[in-house]
Design a binder for this molecule. Structure first.
Ligand code: SF4
Length: 375
């Protein structure tokens, strides 16, 4: 095996706001930092492409910095339009990000096209995940490290090079985002910056396994994004067995934190339940979920588990629920007054669906800084 080269020590600029860039590049004038920020937000892959910067500055920047922090090392396209990319980071860690697309109807008669496509980027915040949810492939890989702001922002920019009109972001890829909140905040300040990518905070949804301190921190310090809780079940004992992170984040205190988030203007909350056949789809699960949601403004998102070979719970193979099982569970929740939606199963064929990230199904191809054609 050839020796692995040491990671490139140059910092990457794509995860920095104009203010942070100005500080880093001092004594370069602030307008230069803003120019660089605009170029990166506009899709520049190298300093060479930043043609309104003097040549000697471009050369100096290239000596001292990178634009991106990793390379797109593989890409898989599903027939339904979902695209999963694998990114090899500078230390060799691999993460995945997913581009989801769906057709939406235009209600306005002034719109020429009756239908348009809406693109959503699903981003990772950690390499691996420490939460260890038993139904999740990423959780089974263990935890490697937190991603930095450039590594989070870079995923979006690489997906945006595939679909220029991404309007929504879900932070639901690999990792527990609230265990890496500071770097995520930095990345979000870049992604939402009106002088750059300008994604609306209200079009960003963070999904958490239920980190109480992180929910309160987000409520207090923002940014004002939407929140989804991966609840799975509201039966405490079962939840703690399915989601070990629940042992230190018990349901009563979690519910209080969610109430606090809503009081602070957090808007409607999504309660997600990955449905596992015969495990969390019983009458008592429905009753517990209805009780948990009481007093909160919620919508319940039911996600039939996406099969992953070899995954088990307490010695038994996990199975996806039947259509009847899902329908009956939905009926019980609706009868209890809950609004229920079913998540589309996009990306299943390329293992880009919920809980499937981290499967080593991508043949790696060589890449350059930022982007390399990998299809
Ligand atoms: S479901 Fe989310 S929080 Fe749980 S192990 Fe997977 S990535 Fe981590």
């Amino acid at each position: 095996m050839p020796p692995v080269p040491p990671p490139d020590p140059r910092p990457a600029l794509c995860g920095l706001s104009p203010e942070a860039l100005t500080r880093l590049l001092y004594p370069l004038p602030a307008f230069r930092a803003r120019q660089i920020f605009k170029w990166i937000a506009g899709g520049a892959l190298s300093f060479d492409q930043m043609t309104n910067l003097p040549l000697n500055l471009r050369e100096e920047l290239a000596r001292r910095f990178l634009v991106y922090s990793g390379v797109m090392s593989a890409r898989l396209d599903a027939p339904d339009g979902t695209v999963k990319i694998q990114i090899r980071l500078r230390d060799g860690a691999k993460i995945e990000a997913v581009l989801l697309s769906e057709e939406t109807k235009n209600d306005s008669p002034e719109q020429a096209e009756p239908r348009t496509r809406r693109y959503t980027a699903c981003l990772s915040t950690q390499a691996g995940c420490p939460a260890g949810c038993v139904f999740c492939k990423t959780g089974s890989l263990g935890f490697l490290r937190n991603l930095d702001s450039a590594e989070i922002t870079g995923q979006f920019l690489m997906l945006r090079a595939i679909a220029p009109l991404i309007s929504n972001i879900v932070i639901m890829g690999m990792g527990e985002p609230l265990l890496n909140l500071e770097e995520l905040r930095r990345a979000l300040s870049v992604l939402t910056n009106p002088g750059g990518l300008g994604i609306s905070s209200r079009r960003i949804t963070l999904s958490t396994s239920g980190i109480i301190g992180g929910i309160r921190d987000l409520a207090d310090q923002g940014p004002p994004i939407r929140l989804a809780l991966s609840l799975t079940t509201a039966r405490e004992d079962l939840r703690q067995r399915l989601m070990p992170i629940g042992r230190t984040n018990p349901l009563p205190a979690l519910k209080e934190a969610l109430g606090y988030f809503q009081q602070k203007g957090g808007g409607r909350l999504t309660l997600e339940a990955v449905l596992l056949a015969g495990i969390n789809t019983r009458r008592e699960d429905a009753a517990a979920l209805i009780a948990f949601a009481k007093g909160l403004d919620t919508v319940v998102n039911l996600i039939p588990w996406n099969p992953i070979e070899g995954m088990e719970f307490e010695g038994k193979a996990l199975k996806e629920p039947s259509k009847q099982e899902v329908a009956e569970f939905t009926r019980l929740l609706e009868q209890g007054g809950l609004k229920v939606i079913r998540r589309f199963r996009r990306g299943r064929s390329i293992r880009g669906a919920c809980g499937q990230l981290g499967l080593a199904a991508l043949p790696e191809e060589p890449g350059k800084q930022g982007l390399e054609k990998a299809d």
